[in-house]
Design a protein around this ligand. Sequence first.
Ligand SMILES: [Zn+2]
Length: 253
Amino acid sequence: MPVKLVVVLTTIVSLLFLEHKFPFFPFQNSFRARITNNFELGVVNSIASSIWTIAISGYVVNNRSPHGIIAALPSPVIAGILAFLILDIYMYFWHRMMHRLPLAWRFHRVHHTDRSMNVSTAYRFHAIEIISSSIPKLALIWWLGISGNFVLIYELVFTVIVALHHSNLRLPGAIDRLLAYVILTPNYHRIHHSQLVAETNSNYSSVLIWWDRIFGTYHFRPDIENIQLGVSDEVRELNIWQSIVLPILPVED
Ligand SMILES: [Zn+2]
């Protein structure tokens, strides 16, 4: 979709520039190879999911249930707000499930093996996770009768916020705290990428931080710069092939 592609590319280029200009963690030489690997994974995911997404989401959006709760609402504003909240809460519970179910964690762990964070981390996912996350979401969109425009608006906001909170951009602390009344900010997401299990099992929200506050998974620590990023049981710099096969390899429990 051209609008989404323009937003994705503009967001990536802007944040790559900003995070190099104002880095939170000092940049290391290994960043460059890691960024390349992450974007390669992003391209693989796009190819793997594009046929599926274009074919299925096009069908779902064009044939959504006319009797769905959202489709039946008389006010498009209320319908739009509700659609946004529902899609975001879906992502919260999906993400929480990826951490709590051992089989799901095998795939989501690929994302968390990044030992640094930058805008490319937002694209470091296993294709199986990307495709499987869209199945219940598309069913939800069909069942509730959410229009394609509302889905697109959510996806554009999601793209920008997720790229922002994975970036290595140093926002002034006061601005990060102010934004964190509404959205999940880089500092909160850095805590989610901590090697400490108690911290990685927190701050699951994608766009609105309210879900973590409501469902008791909100966590903050002031010394963000001391966080060890990554997962403690995988210290290799994974290339694209190692990332793809990682979920089927034995994990030390
Ligand atoms: Zn996670």
